[in-house]
Design a protein around this ligand. Sequence first.
Ligand code: PEP
Length: 253
Amino acid sequence: MARQFFVGGNFKMNPGSVEQKKNIIDILNQADLDPSTEVVIAPPALYLIPLKGLVRKEIQLAAQNCYFKTSGAFTGEISPTQLVDAGIPYVILGHSERRTLFHETSEFVGNKTKAALDASLKVILCVGETLVEREARKTTEVVNAQLQAVVDILKDTAYWSNIVIAYEPVWAIGTGKVATAVQAQDAHAEIRQFLKTRVSESVAETTRVIYGGSVTAANCKELGASTQPDVDGFLVGGASLKPEFVNIINAMK
Ligand code: PEP
């Protein structure tokens, strides 16, 4: 079964008012975008609702994080049900910046993933190894452990139809050091193998595994080429705020 190409833009906590963010929104609204690619943008939470009203309807919104409780005394957090209530369909969970800077464990990411899916959100689940781990040839071990923590919490295989896995090697995020097409393909094939053995063959075949880490207009075509059959799209940070995001969305065109 063909998997729909997916491109996400993670705006992170980058500066800019709604007015400034309108620049990239205007570019996206006017661009000739490949209709066969699913496109999602993730602005800071404060901008989700205004940008939802400004961006063309084919482009969906994602939060950059959420908590695992529905409501209560959790100052500063946003619940999955609140995102659904605001009409936001996606959430990014497990981004390496959250794992590293905010000490999110894989178990915590698993709990948040289940809560988000239970609330009917779709999840962009980020996994990836550090440079030290890659150099120690531990990429598969690290990524599998991150995924296993989610598998342990999601008992029902049906959950996986609403998950997109983002393989984001930490050493490639925001560094300009993109993985080679072969490195990305190899890691994605390992992830698919993990899904096949630990979840199910059909989940392995249908789940989209996207690559993130210094994707640009210059490298996206090679990363997404048919010689990389397990690369189903991209999660883009820095370049998602630039006009070249259009070229990345259209990488398969
Ligand atoms: C990201 O933040 O998910 C990311 C991939 O960032 P960048 O594209 O800037 O490396």
